[in-house]
Structure formats: structure tokens, C-alpha cells
Design a protein around this ligand. Structure first.
Ligand code: GDP
Length: 350
């Protein structure tokens, strides 16, 4: 009868209370990175970036690039567990009249969120009118070929031991690496991984990055990936600022959980960010006291999205952020998260 319901309610309330405490404790001890550690990692990344700028200007003065810059969670205070990675953004300059972008949904691949970049006006501006024509494959700018250009430079012609000894770091390209990554050992027990990320900013502001489609069949090879990172991170932060909310905290806890649990390693920052943005559309209470409730709701919503095989991007609902997971991965993630709903604290045991 009635008393039964009350007891369950009490039990639920107590579980939530302790989950709440455990989440904050987990945040302090596992998620949050000491300020000093973050500062040292940023310093190391900045040193490398500065060296690379000098090297590229000297060695390849004609390569049309805008200034390279560092980005990623390390710079947005969204990195978790250890300060160990950053992206080095390398913006290519494309001639407006020679290149145009075609959204993935308008191509035979039909993948929203990916784009083709087509060479235009070849009859008036023949091959090699644009520096980047050397990376043209079948009439399109190939991200793979662009990455190869940088790979040759970074892995082949830069004297990393020399630069490393000047900076007092041990630097070496990670091989094999599909993303083009440098490993920087900046203290005996601290390593930083820096990914090169070539980037196109189209006329309408669309950012495209040279990060291949994961299930890259050959026909996907020319696809550029649209990046929503700047906009989605800004939106999350703005929402928190409006109401003093804990969405970013919730994101960091979720990121750490996925980083520390191998069964969840397939979930990335963008998927988690968008799941929280979608949840924010329905749920208004993001106060500190609501962290446990929102965290549980996030898990539940992820289970739902996995069941549907679809996580729409909050900034463009046509984009399915689960489109690069295999069916088996979707099942495994769904199963792990479903089980976690009845024992969420199990996720925090490391
Ligand atoms: P974290 O690596 O999980 O801490 O998450 P981040 O928020 O730093 O995201 C980094 C990932 O997002 C990398 O895999 C990048 O390839 C990808 N990414 C997509 N767009 C961008 C972008 O505009 N900047 C950066 N830094 N990374 C991006």
C-alpha cells in the first residue's frame, strides 16, 4: 500500500543523495585536473606550436596557411583526468573562386555532417593554379592527401630531436597514427599528444576538418568533416552562465567516466555535449543539487538515443552523431549504459 511507496521513495532519495556525494567526490579526485598540471601542458603545446610556425614559414613560404593555433578541451577547461592532449589547428587558405563545398546530404554518400570540396573553373584556371591542387583527387580536395603533405613534413623533414633538445622535451611523431600526432614528453612522467588538424573555413563560416569518416570505405575518402565544436561548446557554456548551471561539470564527469571505462571509450566529447544540449531543451534545473538527477537523466537519454541508433546534433538535427558507430558498438554501449542505470556508482569506481 501507501507505506510501501513511501519506503521506495525514501530509498530512492537516499540513493540519489549518496550518488550526488559520490559524483562531487569523483569530480574532485578524478575528473578535475590541477591548475599547475594544465598550465605546464599548455606551455609545452605552445612551445611546439611556436617552433612549427617558424619551421613552416622558413621551409614552405608559399604554402597558403593562416596562422596555426592550439585548441581543444585543454583550452576550454573541459579536459578531464590528465592534461595529455591538444589539437594544433592548421587553417588552409583556399581561393574562393576555385573551390566550392557540397553538403554530404546532396551527394550519393548521403551523409549530413560531411562535405565534399570541389575544384571549380578548371577550364580557366588549370591544374596548379591553386597550391592545393596537388591534393586534388578526382576533382575534389582530398583530406587524406592534405594530411599526407603534413605527414611527410612532420615525420620526414623536421629534426625533432634537435628541436626537442632546445626545448628540453622529447618529441617524436607517433607511428602509426591515422591522425598525425606528436608525442611530447615534457617531464619524466608527463606526456602530451598533439594532433595536427588541417582545417578549412568556408565562406559561410562552416568549419571543415581533415578527420576521416571512421567507417571509411573508399568512397568516403574525399569527405571533410564539419566541426561543430566551437559552437556547441560555446552554447553549453552560455547556458551555464545564464543560470549558474552545472552542465559543464556534468559533461566533465561523463567524459571522465567514458575515459576510465573501456566499454564506453567510443563515446566522445561531441556526443556527450550534444546529449546535454538536447537535455537542456527539456530540463531547466541544472543547479548543483540537481547534478545526480541530471547525470542519471543523461545516461537514460543516451540509452534512448542508442536504442534509436540516432543522436541528432543540437546545432543541425540532420546530423546523426552516432553514424560512425557499428551496430555492435551501439549495442554494447547501450547495454553498458543500461546496466549502469541501476548501479550508476559502479561507473565511478576506478
Ligand atoms: P576531448 O579530446 O575528449 O577532451 O574533447 P575535445 O573537446 O578536446 O575534442 C577534441 C576532439 O574533437 C578531437 O578528436 C578533434 O579531432 C575533434 N574536433 C572537431 N572539431 C574540432 C575543433 O574545432 N577543434 C578541436 N580542437 N578539435 C576538434
Amino acid at each position: 500500500g501507501g507505506s510501501g511507496a513511501t519506503q521506495t521513495d525514501l530509498l530512492r532519495a537516499r540513493m540519489r543523495l549518496s550518488l550526488q556525494e559520490h559524483l562531487w567526490e569523483f569530480y574532485q579526485s578524478n575528473v578535475n585536473i590541477p591548475t599547475e598540471e594544465q598550465a605546464t601542458a599548455r606551455r609545452a603545446a605552445l612551445d611546439i606550436c611556436a617552433e612549427l610556425r617558424v619551421f613552416l614559414h622558413a621551409k614552405l613560404p608559399d604554402m597558403p596557411l593562416r596562422e596555426m593555433y592550439l585548441s581543444g578541451s585543454l583550452y576550454d577547461d573541459l579536459q578531464v583526468v590528465t592534461a595529455d592532449h591538444a589539437q594544433l589547428m592548421v587553417p588552409l587558405i583556399l581561393e574562393k573562386n576555385l573551390w566550392s563545398s557540397i553538403p554530404g546530404e546532396d551527394t550519393i554518400m548521403n551523409v549530413p555532417g560531411f562535405w565534399l570540396v570541389r575544384r571549380e573553373n578548371l577550364e580557366y584556371f588549370p591544374r596548379n593554379s591553386s597550391y592545393w591542387d596537388r591534393c586534388m583527387v578526382g576533382g575534389y580536395l582530398s583530406p587524406k592527401s592534405v594530411l599526407e603533405v603534413f605527414d611527410k613534413l612532420v615525420a620526414g623533414s623536421i629534426n625533432w630531436p634537435a628541436i626537442g633538445s632546445v626545448l628540453d622535451y622529447v618529441i617524436r611523431p607517433v607511428v602509426p597514427s591515422e591522425t598525425l600526432t606528436l608525442e611530447v614528453q615534457y617531464e619524466t612522467d608527463r606526456r602530451l599528444y598533439v594532433d595536427f588538424l588541417p582545417l578549412l573555413v568556408m565562406e559561410d563560416g562552416t568549419s571543415l576538418i581533415a578527420k576521416p569518416h571512421r567507417l571509411a570505405a573508399e568512397r568516403h575518402e574525399n569527405l571533410w568533416r564539419q566541426s561543430f565544436r566551437v559552437a556547441e561548446t560555446a552554447r553549453l557554456r552560455a547556458l551555464d552562465q545564464e543560470d549558474g548551471g552545472v552542465r559543464c561539470t556534468c559533461l566533465k564527469v561523463a567524459k571522465a567516466v567514458c575515459k576510465l571505462n573501456p566499454a564506453l571509450s567510443r563515446l566522445n566529447a561531441s556526443q556527450l555535449t550534444n546529449a546535454i544540449l538536447l537535455l537542456s531543451e527539456k530540463e531547466g534545473d541544472w543547479t548543483q543539487e540537481a547534478l545526480a538527477d541530471r547525470f542519471l537523466q543523461l545516461l537514460r537519454s543516451l540509452v534512448g538515443h542508442l536504442e534509436a541508433g540516432r543522436l541528432p546534433c543540437a546545432l543541425n538535427p540532420k546530423v546523426n552523431l552516432f553514424c560512425e558507430l557499428t551496430e555492435q558498438e551501439v549495442d554494447e554501449l547501450g547495454y553498458t549504459l543500461y546496466c549502469a542505470l541501476s548501479d550508476p556508482e559502479g561507473l565511478l569506481r576506478t
